[in-house]
Write a protein that binds this ligand. Structure first.
Ligand SMILES: *Cc1c(COP(=O)(O)O)cnc(C)c1O
Length: 229
């Protein structure tokens, strides 16, 4: 049995426990395996162990990996996206883009999806902590962007994503996760978008995130091991 398989079992057990503790069904939470910086062989091992959703943070790297792996895989783009990469991104049919963080990017995706005759599922990334080093919209910018998005018929805004500052104690991330949930609830109410998806929680804080309402956890290190470089 591959070490990936036992890593996956451990992560699964943690997700299951967090769901049980917060009275949520396991199906509420989608595991996105973050495969960035790992070679294709390692992703194939992950696929053989049963992982079906892979998250990559660089467009170029994802485009190289995609044709090498089974088409049953769903690819998620989780990293910062520049508007000049929008064409290949829409073309390669990522099943979810987690990282829309500006009006310019939103409009570029809408235009390109329209030209390619697609509807692209996306999340809006919000910087709830205000930490300067993180990408993401300010919480105040969310409502105006959602208003703009009502005219985007080639995008499906499924929800919100956040990445809190790293803290040794995962419990310290809880207020940031809760803030995203509260922001989502308010935005839902004001905009009429359903916004069911909350993408939050990574290797060390996924249980806290699930307790605070995460529907998607993005797990790299605890599945694939420590990344080089
Ligand atoms: C790398 C990355 C992750 C995974 O982080 P781990 O701590 O390795 O689980 C999750 N989300 C985003 C946006 C990332 O860039």
């Amino acid at each position: 049995m591959s070490d990936f398989f036992s890593n996956l079992e451990e992560v699964e057990a943690r997700i299951q426990l967090a769901c049980t503790q917060s009275g949520r069904p396991r199906e509420d939470v989608t595991l996105v395996g973050v495969s960035k910086k790992h070679p294709v062989e390692r992703l194939r091992e992950a696929y053989d162990a049963g992982l079906r959703i892979f998250g990559e943070n660089r467009v170029q790297e994802a485009l190289v990996k995609m044709p090498e792996l089974p088409s049953a895989i769903e690819w998620h783009l989780i990293g910062h996206l520049q508007t000049n990469k929008v064409k290949p991104v829409i073309h390669s049919e990522f099943s979810l883009i987690h990282s829309v963080d500006s009006e310019k990017l939103l409009m570029a995706l809408e235009k390109e999806a329209g030209e390619q005759g697609r509807v692209q599922p996306v999340l809006l990334q919000v910087n709830v902590s205000g930490e300067a080093s993180k990408f993401g919209l300010s919480p105040e910018a969310l409502m105006p962007l959602l208003e703009k998005a009502t005219g985007c018929h080639h995008l499906e805004i499924q929800g919100l994503m956040t990445m809190p500052p790293f803290t040794e104690d995962p419990e310290k991330a809880a207020p940031h996760f809760a803030a995203l949930r509260v922001l989502r609830d308010r935005a839902c109410h004001q905009s009429g978008f359903p916004l069911p998806v909350l993408s939050m929680g990574m290797s060390h804080d996924l249980q806290v995130a699930i307790r605070e309402g995460a529907t998607h956890v993005r797990v790299g290190t605890d599945l694939f091991g420590v990344r080089k470089g």
